[in-house]
Design a protein around this ligand. Sequence first.
Ligand SMILES: [Zn+2]
Length: 502
Amino acid sequence: MTYEVVIGIEVHAQLRTRSKMFCGSGTMFGLTANSQTCPICLGLPGTLPVINQAAVEMAVRTGLALNCTIGSTNRFARKNYFYPDLPKGYQISQYEEPICEHGWIEIATDEGKKKVGIRRAHLEEDAGKNIHETGTDGSRVDFNRAGTPLLEIVTEPDMRSVDEVVAYLKSLRETLIYQEVCDGDMEKGNFRCEPNVSLRPVGQKAYGTKVELKNINSFKFVKDAIEYEIKRQTKVLNEGGKIQQETRLWNIDRGETAVMRSKEEAHDYRYFPDPDLVPLRITKEWVDQVRSTLAELPAERRNRLEKEYGLSEYSAGVLASDKKFLDYFEECIAEAEKLGYSKIEVGRELANCITVDFRGLSRRGDTITPPNPHLFHRDPYQYAIGPLAISIPAKNLVELVDKKMKGEISGPTYKAVLEEMFNTRQTAAEIIEAKGLRQVSDEGEIQRIIDEVLGKNPTQVAQFKEGKQQVLGFLVGQVMKASGGKANPGKVNELLKKKLAS
Ligand SMILES: [Zn+2]
């Protein structure tokens, strides 16, 4: 029997507000346990929640970017369950009247573009974190995360393969980062996904029984977990078994999913409207105001980059996927225009520099300690993985690229200077001056080195004159070496050929 895979996804995106969903406590990541708490997010008796306006606006902005209808009235509900990391014994969420509904997002698949339906997106608060450490006296709870605003984004069961899932998650994450509503940092847990997977015989309309996979925080694990689940369900069905509706956890070490809990229904949570919060009205004026702040959408940006700067699809894709990269790129372009370059002239060169050459530098950031830590991004985690090289001022980078484009420095010198700029924050001119890296194009100077090299290698010169052309490469190499890599290679070739022919 061949089966069709049916996948829907819930994503919990942490909104980038400075304070929590219903109180003024901060939302910084990685602080001392329980240092960002107050009586409200600790659920102490007698406290009352107050809705965070910024969180609501971020939810509306996301809804608009995802082509959703924004609910004019929406209501918060209590989702009741007991767990030590949930101080109130319920989570404030939205149930019957979510803030966003009936949207869609476009994804790129092998068969072309496809729309994935967004069923709803609703606001809720996050729980705290249980900490189980071996070697200490039991478990503890950190409530710093308790009450942090989340937007839960739920799709229709529209995806039919693992590739579509990955395309959806990338597209959604990109959109959230672009609208500046979520950092999308999966390892910090501020973009977590829960796919649900079911199979049905090809041609059958009714959906099969679905299995939910809980809290997965990397694209790779999502892929692995779904692939495993498809195989597991296929095997169960082929052997005549039945799929149980359940929630399963992905075990990274064992590479398999395991049952976490069996079927749960909405009524298990006894949802009811939170009596502490009045229904939230969102006026058309408010929605229009938020709409006016919407950032350019990623797909639009990619197209614009290809057209305006003549970038390749690859470069445009990389730049468009990270707002920090793109803002920096456009800042560099503005600097280059001051030097008289047109966008098309300098676009590709700068894009290559940022999308290719910077990658190496950022990776190196994993191991080196920046000599000037305060000049770099303050977040140590981002330092390790992020496009850190964008800490080089745009003006300085353009100065370097300008020298490369004018042929004042060679390719290898350009790379060496870039790395030095990254490490020391000096300007290209300072580094080139200090290290004597200026490319030698002066014919007299190159001629002098050529004479010296030819004098030292009479055998090779004789071989060349007997017709052994390959020797030329060797001689060019010797001249470059003698110049300390600074001679202009084009000039060296030209002058050397002339000299050997004479
Ligand atoms: Zn609080």
